[in-house]
Design a protein around this ligand. Structure first.
Ligand code: SF4
Length: 101
């Protein structure tokens, strides 16, 4: 059974979390260390809110700010997984930084 609260780096296997296998060559992604998003959508730091974080490293290139990357991220299988899991668990889904208090 899959863990419904997995973080993006665990599902997508990028190896860009601190200590990950690709950090020497590609650097650490900002998502796993965005501490002020810890717990959003049930993730560790921004691990289940990665589409809202500027400068992520998905696809091997630095992505832009939220407005620039939103279209790409919303086609990502991990984004769709978080949406589905949150809907099924009837929890509140946080999609935008504006929803954070
Ligand atoms: S957002 Fe960052 S940590 Fe998450 S899968 Fe993409 S590169 Fe990895």
């Amino acid at each position: 059974m899959s863990n419904p609260k997995q973080n993006c780096w665990e599902v997508l296997g990028c190896g860009r979390e601190p200590g990950g296998i690709n950090t020497d060559s590609l650097g650490v992604c900002p998502v796993p260390t965005t501490y002020n998003c810890d717990g959003v959508n049930g993730g560790t730091n921004a691990g289940r809110f990665c589409w809202a974080i500027a400068g992520t490293l998905c696809g091997g290139v630095v992505q832009g700010i939220y407005a620039q990357k939103a279209t790409n991220c919303m086609r990502c299988p991990f984004y769709l997984q978080v949406v589905q899991e949150t809907y099924e668990s009837r929890e509140t889904l946080i999609l935008s930084p504006k929803q954070l208090k």
